[in-house]
Write a protein that binds this ligand. Structure first.
Ligand SMILES: [Ca+2]
Length: 265
């Protein structure tokens, strides 16, 4: 029970034996408790919808070891590899990547087979936002030979050295309007809506839409191994920075849900 509610209940029980005035006082207190409970429920409603369609959620809040737990499905555990480290993030713990070989390896859980609508959101801090031709992959699905899968999020790519780029099936499909600054945390994600031959992608930065592409003909690639800090099983495009609270959905979050998710602390 909420400590405040426990305190109110104690007061009500204490005053009840002292006559009609105190009885009405008790009713007033109980009513106040009910209103408080209703307001609490109403306030939490938008946040509650954020559990709908959530297929993976890695908070990175473990304090030791190399295991990264998915609080939605225990089968989606990841592993810190090659120097990926535990650092402080906006929401408690986060994972740091050195841009050399470090990554979180997850592999191919069935729930990450997302060939249709989807969303992925996380807190991200880049140490280098101008990586060069192919940029750095923050997370994504890719085969060991480099073929792209259903989704990737990259930074510092091609001519968009200070922006984030969403790719699927090896194709850049959407670029953020926001230009990132190294060393600062951002809440970044994207949604995919539509259907084969006619997809839409919107990138969000800090709760607000920041870049969109419509009528994307490029179809989604196959489900491939997933990793953070590099593109899946491909040995390259390593990310130099940190990630916190990565959430993946099998639906497109609505704009107001993205705002709420940005405000979660
Ligand atoms: Ca965290």
């Amino acid at each position: 029970m909420h400590p405040q509610l426990a305190s109110h209940k104690t007061v009500g029980v204490t005053v009840q034996p002292y006559g009609s005035t105190c009885w009405w006082l008790t009713l007033w207190i109980l009513n106040a408790i009910a209103v408080t409970a209703f307001q609490h429920s109403e306030a939490s409603e938008p946040a509650d919808s954020l559990g709908h369609g959530l297929v993976a959620h890695w908070p990175f809040d473990e304090t030791a070891g190399t295991e990264i737990k998915d609080v939605v499905n225990a089968a989606h555990r990841g592993t810190l590899e090659a120097g990926a480290s535990r650092v402080d993030g906006p929401l408690h713990g986060a994972v740091g990547f050195d841009g050399k070989k470090s990554r979180v390896w997850v592999d191919s859980p069935r729930a990450l087979d997302l060939p249709a609508e989807m969303s992925a959101f996380a807190w991200i801090r880049c140490e280098n936002v101008a990586a060069g031709e192919y940029g750095q992959c923050i997370y994504g699905q890719t085969a060991s030979g480099g073929n792209g899968g259903q989704f990737e999020l990259c930074v510092g790519r091609g001519k968009n050295l200070h922006e984030v780029t969403v790719l699927w099936h090896d194709v850049d499909v959407c670029v953020s309007n926001a230009k990132l600054i190294a060393g600062r945390w951002y809440h970044i994600g994207f949604t995919r809506t539509g259907q084969p031959g006619n997809w839409n992608c919107t990138i969000y930065v800090d709760g607000t839409a920041s870049g969109a592409a419509k009528n994307i003909a490029t179809d989604v690639g196959p489900a491939l191994p997933f990793a953070m800090g590099r593109p899946g099983a491909y040995d390259g495009l390593y990310f130099h920075g940190a990630i916190d609270d990565l959430r993946i959905y099998d639906r497109a979050l609505l704009p107001n849900e993205v705002k709420v998710l940005f405000q979660v602390r």
